[in-house]
Design a protein around this ligand. Structure first.
Ligand code: CUA
Length: 415
């Protein structure tokens, strides 16, 4: 008997210690999350919009009520186990059958807690569905297998996978899908919203879409992703929002509208791109000789083969010619050029995006070449054809390695 008592007391002490550790850990958590912000950029605990903050507040409200209940239950259980433990000569416990006061209390108190959780929750649900204020920036979000299209109808700008937003201005996203159901989720801006295919509108009706209204309060880079399984490469349907000062946003709009009208990015941007990568453009090695690049400067010597590009600017110019003369233009638009395809992502200023393939790869020249060469190897099921493999309903592009390199140079230059 006494051995059992010792064991029980030991177990109880261990239990109390564990509960203490749990409580201390919960208390520390708030501080720890701050330090992990960079490690977990898709945290929902550090919202940067009132939309995200309102949802985080609902979560916190629910969390603290339930944590309080948990703590109360743990303390009462441990107290009862200790206070009413069996002792030598302890009398038979009193038998109780029903206690009206207790039963009313443990029905009413939880009901009141549910109400205290429900009121802010329902208020937030309605608040999150409110109409956009006057002057909100309109952005049409279109989910595609497996990338995001962002249209700014008032600005006449279309981009892909990176959403540009001005800080401090209300934004209204209108979301719909070009194919299956996706879910739009930029965790630091706010919660998920379904991106549904649009049902055919009836006579005199507007097609329906889901909406999110929010205002971003601090500049920054906020990654996100599709949050509803939508096929093979659902996991590579990422995106990001870049929130910038209003003047910077206007500058971006102007640059997007200009696009590649001058036939190449500014020399400064090109030089910057090369330096940032620390990669020298491929020199004119033997494997590049004799390639078919109709865009090259005229051969210098009589009888010489077509000269491969040497300088970065030559590669970019060659890539531009190749891009505009190949089937690339059937699917992609680059503002300011003859490429006006609308099936694939708009590539205007694609060189300035952090990633390619909707977050599949970092945006480097090597990765661009890899993507153009064989998108299926990077993103299974992608609708883009590779040099040798078809993609979607499209036959292989049959681009040569030199043409791929040239296009990669050109796309990288579009900053
Ligand atoms: Cu789109 Cu998952």
């Amino acid at each position: 008997m006494s051995l059992m008592k010792v064991a029980a007391a030991g177990a109880l002490r261990a239990g109390v210690r564990q509960a203490g550790v749990l409580i201390v850990l919960l208390g520390l958590r708030a501080g720890v999350v701050g330090a992990q912000e960079l490690k977990y950029p898709q945290t929902t605990f550090h919202p940067v919009s009132e939309y995200g903050a309102s949802q985080n507040a609902v979560f916190a409200n629910t969390l603290w009520w339930t944590m309080g209940i948990l703590l109360l239950v743990i303390v009462l259980t441990l107290y009862a186990a200790w206070r009413f433990r069996e002792r030598p000569d302890s009398p038979e416990p009193q038998h109780i059958h029903g206690n009206t006061v207790l039963e009313i209390a443990w029905t009413l108190i939880p009901a009141m807690i549910v109400v205290l959780i429900a009121i802010p929750t329902i208020r937030t649900i309605f608040d999150n569905q409110r109409d956009a204020p006057e002057g909100a920036l309109q952005v049409e979000v279109i989910g595609h297998q497996w990338w995001w299209e962002f249209r700014y109808p008032e600005q006449g700008v279309v981009t892909a996978n990176q959403l540009y937003l001005p800080v401090g201005r209300p934004i209204e996203l209108k979301l719909h899908s070009a194919d299956v159901i996706h879910s739009f989720w930029l965790p630091r801006i706010g919660g998920k919203r379904d991106v549904n295919p649009q049902a055919k509108a009836h006579e005199g009706e507007q097609p329906s879409f889901n909406r999110i209204v929010f205002t971003v309060d601090s500049a920054g880079y906020y990654p996100g992703q599709c949050a509803e399984y939508c096929g093979d490469s659902h996991a590579i349907m990422r995106m990001s929002a870049l929130a910038v000062a209003p003047a910077e946003f206007e500058a971006w709009v102007a640059a997007m509208r200009r696009g590649d009208a001058e036939g190449g990015a500014s020399p400064g941007a090109q030089a910057q791109g090369v330096q940032a990568q620390g990669v020298q453009p491929p020199a004119s090695d033997a494997s590049m000789a004799g390639m078919n690049l109709g865009a090259l400067p005229a051969p210098t010597g009589a009888g010489s083969a077509v000269q491969p590009p040497v300088t970065d600017a030559e590669w970019v110019a060659a890539g531009r010619k190749v891009f505009l003369s190949k089937p690339c233009t059937a699917c992609h638009t680059i503002q300011g050029t003859t490429a006006v395809g609308a099936i694939g992502p708009n590539l205007t200023r694609v060189g300035a995006r952090p990633h390619i393939g909707a977050g599949a790869l970092e945006n480097t020249r090597d990765n661009l070449a890899r993507w153009i060469r064989d998108p299926q190897s990077v993103k299974p099921g992608a609708l883009m054809p590779g040099a040798l493999r078809p993609g979607g309903n499209f036959p292989p592009t049959n681009l040569s390695e030199a043409e791929i390199q040239a296009i990669a140079h050109y796309l990288q230059s579009l900053k």
